[in-house]
Design a protein. Sequence first.
Length: 412
Amino acid sequence: MIRRVVFAVLALLLLFVPSVVNADSGISVLDSSVEVHFPSELIFNLEADSSADIVDARLHYQVDKTNYAQVTSEGWSDFAPATRIETRWVWDMRKASLPPGAAVTYWWTVEDADGNKLETPARLVYFDDLRYPWQSLTSDGLTLFWYEGSDSFARELMDTCKQGLNRLKPICQPEAWSAEASPMPVTIYVYASTVDLRGAMIFPQEWTGGAAFTDFGTIVIGIPPDQVDWGKRALVHELTHVVVHQATFGPYGALPVWLDEGLAMYNEGQLEWFFQSWLNKAVSEDELISVASLCSPFSAEPEKAYLSYAQSYSLVEYLMHNYGQGKMLELLGLFKQGNTCDAALTQVYGFDTDGLDSRWRETLATPTAIASEAWQSHPALIGVLSALATSLALAGALALEEWTWRRSRKKG
C-alpha cells in the first residue's frame, strides 16, 4: 500500500493501454482496462474475440485488506453472445465502498460456445483519489498524504502519530508495531477541509470530519492547516482505532464499543472539559449509562452519544490507573482469542461487566458532594466558580456541535 504517488499515476495510466492476450483455446482478449472514477465507481472493461460465440465473461477480484481467508468475488458482465464482444462490469461504491488507495487484484475468465476457456493474467488497480496534488511522508510504517500546508504541518502530524503509537505500545502485542510483521501499514489521507473530505466519501453526513477504515489500515480526515491542534487529537483517535484493531483482529468478533472508543479517547490525552461536563452532569443526576449498554453501538442522539464517549474514557481510565497497562494487554489478548467480554474481564480483573460497572461508579465523586465540602471551607470561592461553571456550560453547548464528527467513524 505504501507507494509514491507518481508510481500510482503511472500504474493507473498503464491500465488504459490495450493488451492482447492470446491462448491456444482460440480466444483473444484485446483489452482489459480499468477506469477509476473516485469515489463513486470502478469500471472494468473487456474486449475479446473468438472463432465461436463468446457466451460467458466474468470478472474475478480480490481486495487487499485484513482477512483470515482470501476472498475472491465475481462480477458478471452483460452482453449478447457473439464472436467479438465489448462489455464491462461496474463496481458501484454506493453498495460497497472502498477507501482511497485501496488495492484490487482482478482478472477475467472468458468461455466460448465450443467450451474453450481463457483466464487473463491477474492485474492490480489502486482506487486512488487523483483530484488533488498529494505529497507524501513515510516513517515507521506510517504514510501520510496531504496536499495543502507546509512540510512542517505534515511533520507535526506525523510526530503526533508516533507519540500516539508509543503510548499504545505497552497495551498492544509487539507484532502490531513491527513494519515487517504488522498485517498492513497505516495510510493517512489528510484532506484540507471537511468539505474536501466529504467529497471523497459515499453518503457522508454533514458533521463528518474523519473516518477509520480499520480493515484497510486507512484513515481519512479533514484537517485545515490552521486547525492543527484539533487535528492532532482527532488523528490520534482514529489511529488508535486502526492499530488496536490490527492488534486484536480475530475471527470471533470485535471489542465492546466502550473499550474501543475508550482506548481511542484515552490515547488522545486528558478528557476535554465539555465531555467531562456531560459526565459530571450524569453523575449528579444519576443518569449514567450502564456498561452493558455501552458494549453495543452508541445512541444516535447527540446527548447520549457525548455521554457514551465520556463514560468510555472514564472506564478505560479507571482500569488503567487502578490495574495498570499489563492488565489491559492481557484483556486485549483475550479478546483476540475470542473470549466474551464477561469472560475476559473476569479472567483478568476478577469481575464481569456488571462488576466493572459497580466498582467504577463507586470511584465517581458527585459534583454536589464536592461543592458541599468546598462551600463549607471557601464559600466566596464557590460563588465565583458557580458563575464560571455557568459560562462554561453555555460555551460547551456551542462547542459540542463541532465534535459530532466522532460519530462518523466507519469500522471495517
